[in-house]
Design a protein around this ligand. Structure first.
Ligand code: 4AD
Ligand code: MG
Length: 467
């Protein structure tokens, strides 16, 4: 076989006219000309653009093979790269041999026509990566993941693998998926109290899928310095919104000797770096999103890069909302959660840029956040961005044991179950802080996609775990 296989991306960028090349991929379209040539648009997923393949009808085996070259079929082609006379591409490939590796029956292949709805494509999540949009999302998601690692690695953070199965509820919202080997329904039936004895379960106590790696992150941060975890997290929130998944990816840095201001500065630098990397490393895909998905995406991202995130306290944010002179679906009052409509008003209309809301009422936030001296608020921060709302949640952590124990009491948590978390304060406690960025929320911001189900390969949502 002539030449080792090249990706279409490398050929379109660097391929030299006159060189012999070998490519393989999937047919997007085929057109036969009356002059005795067929033109095949081939895509291998390495980039958005297709490679144009020119097949001369005089090529051996042409008649038999070309019939099988239909949309979705897989091909291996060996040939010579030529300068393309067309203006659409720099080079095209003149085939000397081509093999159809796998056919795709035109009467059945679901991706014949362009312009399928995203709802329909969710039903064929095994084929949607072959579309332009989902190929682009896969490449940008990959780029962002790499960018996240690079950001922390360059700053000396250690990547820590925190457990997926856990017996602690970090966020305290009771939204955990249970992990068990017990036949729960049968067990409870046979007991006088009709309650399950987890002492007999696999871990000897009730266990769940993690909602956050933060608590374990704190263990390492108070031993080896700044760390980050990056992995799947699980929440059984029954909220069927375009911004919630039951399984999503979160990156959570945790920094010893950091206060809330340090935390906010790092979060801002982090988001801006991810945006910059996506724009420079996935320029073609980002241009596609701007053209086909949301015409404001590139302008929004550039605007974000050029402005400092505005920092507003929760109390100031509530005042702004109260004096906005608008009717809200959810009423605004100090002590209530900010709803999506409030977050969007603040970022899209009032400030028109990302904001960091800090110092929330302690009743709204988990037990681990550092209490302010006012007795009312905690050192929390949420980063809100236009169109998406909350993209990061974080805080300075409570490092004083006595205050932490009081907060656990307020949140109905048993300090005995968090004995190890208490030990971090008992022995060599230090001020520390961290945050969590939802990877899929970041991708919504970058791509302009509307629904979070479309920026993760295989979404898990209430009543849906197919593929
Ligand atoms: O604000 P959250 O709940 O914060 C934590 O879990 C902290 N333990 C983080 C930390 O300080 N280490 O979640 C953090 C982020 C949110 O801002 C959001 O981007 C994302 O995770 N997120 C979700 N993304 C998709 N689907 C869901 N159901 C999400 N819940 C949170
Ligand atoms: Mg949050």
């Amino acid at each position: 076989m002539a030449a080792t296989r090249s990706t279409i991306k490398s050929l379109l960028r660097d391929g030299q006219p006159g060189s012999d090349v070998h490519v393989a991929g999937w047919v997007r379209t085929r057109r036969d000309s009356k002059q005795g040539f067929s033109f095949i648009e081939l895509n291998d997923g390495s980039c958005m653009a297709n490679l144009q393949i020119v097949v001369d009808a005089a090529t051996p085996g042409y008649e038999d093979a070309i019939r099988r070259v239909t949309t979705g079929a897989s091909l291996r082609i060996v040939g010579t790269l030529r300068e393309s006379p067309g203006s659409k591409q720099r080079v095209e490939l003149h085939a000397s041999t081509f093999d159809v590796l796998g056919e795709a029956d035109p009467a059945k292949y679901p991706l014949q026509k362009k312009g399928h709805s995203f709802e329909f494509l969710r039903e064929i999540a095994h084929l949607r990566p072959r579309t332009n949009t989902f190929g682009a999302i896969a490449r940008v998601r990959n780029c962002v993941s790499y960018s996240i690692h690079r950001f922390f690695q360059q700053r000396g953070f250690l990547y820590i693998h925190t457990p997926i199965i856990t017996t602690s509820d970090c966020e305290g919202a009771g939204e955990m998926f249970q992990v068990t080997t017990l036949p729960l329904d049968r067990l409870a039936e046979g007991t006088p109290t009709k309650t399950v004895d987890y002492g007999h379960d696999f871990f000897g106590k009730r266990a769940s899928l993690t909602v956050s790696g933060q608590l374990e992150g704190e263990i390492y941060a108070t031993a080896v310095g700044p760390v980050y975890t990056f992995g799947p997290t699980f929440r059984a929130e029954n909220s069927n919104t375009p911004r919630h998944l039951a399984e999503f990816w979160m990156v959570e840095p945790e920094m010893p000797f950091f206060d809330l201001d340090d935390n906010m500065a790092l979060a801002e630098e982090f988001i801006k770096t991810i945006i910059q990397d996506a724009l420079s490393e996935c320029a073609e895909d980002m241009a596609f999103f701007n053209e086909r998905i949301d015409k404001t995406v590139l302008a929004t991202l550039t605007h974000i890069l050029e402005h400092e995130f505005k920092r507003v306290s929760y109390t100031e944010a509530v005042d702004i909302l109260l004096s906005a002179g608008r009717d809200w679906e959810y009423p605004v009052a100090w002590g209530h959660n900010l709803q999506a409509e409030h977050e969007r008003f603040l970022t899209e209309q009032h400030f028109q840029q990302p904001i960091i809301v800090h110092d929330y009422p302690r009743t709204l936030k988990p037990f681990y956040m550092k209490c302010n001296d006012d007795g009312q608020t905690v050192r929390a921060m949420d980063v809100l961005v236009p169109r998406v709302g909350e993209i990061i949640g974080g805080s300075q952590r409570e490092e004083r044991l006595d205050v932490l124990l009081t907060r656990m009491g307020e949140c109905n948590l048993d300090p005995a179950e968090y004995w190890w978390y208490g030990d971090l304060r008992r022995y060599g406690t230090v001020p520390h802080a961290g945050f969590g960025l939802g990877l899929e929320r970041m991708l919504l911001l970058l791509t302009g996609m509307q629904n979070i189900r479309d920026v993760i390969p295989f979404p898990r949502t209430p009543r849906n775990a197919d593929f």
